[in-house]
Design a protein around this ligand. Structure first.
Ligand code: NAD
Ligand code: UDP
Length: 352
C-alpha cells in the first residue's frame, strides 16, 4: 500500500527537495503550505522534476478548519512538518509572530492529527536547540538551550512533543535536528531562494559569485578554530531529504498506525541529528566555492555577529545506527549544486 504523507511547508527550500525524495521512495505526497516564504513556481518545478503533479493545498497550519478538511480527505500515514518561519533576526524583532506561527501552528497541527488519529510525525528541528555546545561533536544527549525566539520556538515544540509522547504512547515523534543545510537539486531547477539579502553564509557567497552582491563580510576571524573563522557542519539538502525518507521508513517499521505501518509499537520521542559529522570553516567554504564557480568572491573580515558560536558539528552516529542513513555528498558537491542553481536562476524563482 502506498503511504500518504502530509508535508507542511513542502513548497519551501528543504520541503521541495524532500517531496522529490519521498516520491522517488514510493510515498504519495500532499503538500500544505501558505506560501508565506515560498512560491508556486517551486511546486511547478517539483512537478517537472518528477514528471507528474503532486497534491498541493494552499493553507496555514494555524487554520484548524482547513487542516481538518485535508485530514478528512486523505488517509495519512504521517506528517512531515517543515512549516515555520526561520529568520533568527526577524524572530528577535517579531517574537509574537514566531511563537504564533511556529508554536501555536504546531499545536493546531498536532490537535488535528490527534482528532484524525494520525500520530506519526517527523518535525524540522535544528542544531540551534543545542545553543553554545559544551562538547564537540554534538550528540543528541547534549544539553539544550536557546538564546533567540526562533530557537526557543523550536525548543518549545520539542518540549511539547516530549510531553505528548509521555502522555500517550501511541504518538511516534521524530524531531530531526538539522545542522547547516546547503546545496540544491542536481537539476538546478530548485534551490534556496531567500526573499531579501541572505542571512546565511552559502546563499550569500553564491549571490556574491553571481554578481548580485558586492562582497562577503566574514563575521569574526578570531574564533578558537582552525583559521579563526566560524566552523559549521554543512549538509547537502538532498542528503537531508533522504534523512526524512529514512525517518519515515523507521516509523513504518517501528510505529503502530491505522494507516499502514508494518508493526505495532511505539517510538515515543526520538530526536536525531542530521549532519555530516564534519566541520568546515567559513574560509574553507569560500575557497571551495571559488574553485567550483571560477568566480572571484571578494570578502572582508568584520566583527563577530551577535549570538554566533565558534564551532558546531554533529555526531551523526544515531542516524546511522537507527535509520541506516548517512550523508554522502561532499563540500565540493554542495558548492557545485548551489552554483548550478544560482547561475541558472540568478533571481531565484522570479527569473522565469
Ligand atoms: P522555508 O522558509 O524555505 O520553508 C518553510 C515553508 O513553510 C515555506 O514554504 C513557508 O511558506 C511555509 N510556512 C511557514 N509558515 C507557515 C504556516 N503558518 N502555514 C503553512 N505554511 C507555512 O524554510 P526551510 O529552509 O525549507 O526550512 C524548513 C524547516 O526547517 C523550517 O521549520 C525551519 O525552521 C527548519 N530548519 C531550517 C534550517 C535551514 O537552515 N534552512 C535549519 C534548521 C531547521
Ligand atoms: N557568516 C559570515 N558571513 C555571512 C553569513 C554568515 O561570516 O554573511 C558566518 C557566520 O558567522 C557563521 C557561519 O558563517 O560562522 C554560518 O552562518 P549561517 O548564518 O549560515 O548559519 P548558522 O549561524 O545558523 O550556523
Amino acid at each position: 500500500m502506498t503511504k500518504k504523507i502530509l508535508v507542511t511547508g513542502g513548497a519551501g527550500y528543504i520541503g521541495s527537495h524532500t517531496c522529490i525524495a519521498l516520491h522517488e521512495a514510493g510515498y504519495e505526497v500532499v503538500v500544505y503550505d501558505n506560501l508565506s516564504n515560498s512560491s508556486r513556481e517551486a511546486i511547478n518545478r517539483v512537478f517537472s522534476i518528477i514528471g507528474q503533479p503532486i497534491s498541493f493545498i494552499e493553507g496555514d497550519i494555524r487554520d484548524a478548519e482547513t487542516l481538518r478538511q485535508v485530514f478528512a480527505a486523505h488517509a495519512f500515514f504521517g506528517v512531515i512538518h517543515f512549516a515555520g518561519l526561520k529568520a533568527v533576526g526577524e524572530s528577535v524583532a517579531k517574537p509574537l509572530l514566531y511563537y504564533n506561527n511556529n508554536v501555536s501552528g504546531s499545536i493546531t497541527l498536532l490537535e488535528v492529527m490527534a482528532e484524525y488519529d494520525v500520530k506519526n510525525l517527523v518535525f524540522s528541528s535544528s542544531a540551534t536547540v543545542y545553543g553554545d555546545p559544551e562538547t564537540l561533536p554534538i550528540d543528541e544527549t547534549s544539553p539544550r538551550s536557546c538564546t533567540n525566539p526562533y530557537g526557543q520556538s523550536k525548543l518549545t515544540v520539542e518540549h511539547i512533543l516530549e510531553d505528548l509522547a509521555v502522555s500517550d504512547a501511541s504518538w511516534n515523534l521524530i524531531p530531526l535536528r538539522y545542522f547547516n543545510p546547503v546545496g540544491a537539486h542536481p537539476s538546478g531547477q530548485i534551490g534556496e531562494d531567500p526573499n531579501d539579502i541572505p542571512n546565511n553564509l552559502m546563499p550569500y557567497i553564491s549571490q556574491v559569485a553571481v554578481g548580485k552582491l558586492e562582497k562577503l563580510s566574514i563575521f569574526g576571524n578570531d574564533y578558537p578554530t582552525v583559521d579563526g573563522t566560524g566552523v559549521r557542519d554543512f549538509i547537502h539538502v538532498t542528503d537531508l531529504a533522504q534523512g526524512h525518507v529514512a525517518a519515515l521508513n523507521y516509523l513504518q517499521q517501528h510505529a503502530s498506525s491505522k494507516n499502514g505501518s508494518d508493526t505495532t509499537g511505539s517510538v515515543g520521542f526520538l530526536p536525531i541529528n542530521l549532519g555530516t559529522g564534519k566541520g568546515t570553516s567559513v574560509l574553507d567554504l569560500v575557497a571551495a566555492f571559488t574553485k567550483v564557480s571560477k568566480q572571484p568572491i571578494p570578502y572582508q573580515f568584520a566583527a563577530r555577529r551577535a549570538g554566533d558560536i565558534a564551532s558546531c558539528y554533529a555526531s551523526a552516529d544515531k542516524a546511522k545506527e537507527l535509520l541506516g542513513w548517512e550523508a554522502k555528498l561532499s563540500i565540493t558537491e554542495m558548492c557545485q549544486d548551489t552554483w548550478r542553481w544560482q547561475s541558472q536562476n540568478p533571481n531565484g524563482y522570479d527569473s522565469h
